[in-house]
Design a protein around this ligand. Structure first.
Ligand SMILES: C[S@@+](CC[C@H](N)C(=O)[O-])C[C@H]1O[C@@H](n2cnc3c(N)ncnc32)[C@H](O)[C@@H]1O
Length: 185
């Protein structure tokens, strides 16, 4: 855990625009982010795993390592994740590539990617994820804002709806979890 903080902080200094958060997410946020994964069929994809706070919780929910793919842009984080989580597929690629990694019928996407502020990124990350998602699949997103990280207009454009899973105070800073699903589910 202390090693996670050291690696995280070093990469935050090197790549502040990509890492963005000031510390790895707490175990409490990780539990909230991964709720429901016990019932998920099909592959699970985590985007922006960093040092693996959510990865650990995903596996603890019973997802088999070979059923989990990580998309992370930071090569140092990727190397650490591969060592820490043997059997998990770790790809040093952006979340925007989710449609090109040979998966369909994805059961859930767990997202620590901090870049949902701009419409282009919302289309590229969330929109593309739903193109390869199972009909009942969900996309869980951490945010530090009290509002859904995607506007109602963009939700309509992407054919999804946001549902708040609440605020987790035991995190630095306090975090919110939102879940996106297809409109008809
Ligand atoms: C705020 S950190 C979150 C790390 C971890 N999920 C947590 O909550 O502790 C954001 C992570 O997303 C990665 N990242 C940023 N943009 C990305 C992208 N487009 N695709 C995949 N990973 C990205 C960063 O390198 C960093 O590891």
């Amino acid at each position: 855990m202390a090693m996670d903080f050291g690696l995280f902080f070093g990469e935050l200094l090197r790549h502040p625009g990509e890492v963005v958060a000031i510390a790895p997410s707490s175990a409490a946020v990780a539990r909230r982010m991964t709720a429901g994964l016990e019932r998920v069929q099909g592959p699970v994809v985590e985007i922006g795993p960093g040092t693996g706070s959510f990865t650990r919780a995903i596996l603890a929910r019973g997802v088999a390592p070979e059923n989990l793919t990580l998309l992370e842009t930071n090569a140092r984080f990727c190397a650490a994740l591969q060592e820490k989580f043997p059997g998990v597929r770790v790809l040093n690629r952006p979340a925007q590539d989710i449609g090109e990694i040979g998966l369909s019928g994805i059961g859930a996407v767990i997202s620590g990617v901090p870049v949902l502020a701009r419409p282009t990124i919302q289309r590229e990350v969330v929109g593309r994820a739903f193109e390869v998602m199972a009909p009942e699949g969900f996309f869980a997103q951490i945010t530090y804002s009290p509002n859904a990280p995607i506007s109602p207009e963009m939700q309509r454009e992407l054919g999804i709806r946001a549902e708040k899973r609440g605020t987790v105070w035991a995190n630095l800073p306090p975090a919110r979890v939102f879940v996106f699903r297809r409109m008809q589910h």
